[in-house]
Design a protein around this ligand. Structure first.
Ligand SMILES: [Zn+2]
Length: 94
């Protein structure tokens, strides 16, 4: 009955809604010790049951779909599309 509208700002009162977070692009010359870089040839590289989709900071492709931000800190991902290395920035969702 009600028309569904897509918005990019997700109201905090809504549960189960997905939000999209752009990952931070890591410069090539950065020291990545302590960070696990995950290489994947397909997108998304990871799929979970959380509520956040993480996209490449460069090209915007979804690299991690439905993630729980608490579980993927200290991880970085090579984008399957543009080969940019991205990492998860600090979660803004609790
Ligand atoms: Zn990309």
């Amino acid at each position: 009955m009600a028309k569904k509208r897509q918005t990019f700002s997700v109201p905090p009162t809504k549960r189960q809604s997905r939000s999209t977070v752009r990952m931070e692009v890591i410069p090539e010359d950065i020291d990545t010790r302590g960070i696990s870089v995950i290489h994947s040839s397909v997108a998304p590289a990871m799929r979970g049951e959380g509520s956040i989709d993480y996209t490449c900071g460069e090209c915007g492709v979804v690299i991690c779909e439905g993630m729980n931000p608490a579980r993927i800190q200290h991880l970085a991902f090579d984008c399957p599309e543009c080969e940019t290395t991205n990492r998860i920035t600090s979660p803004d969702v609790v």
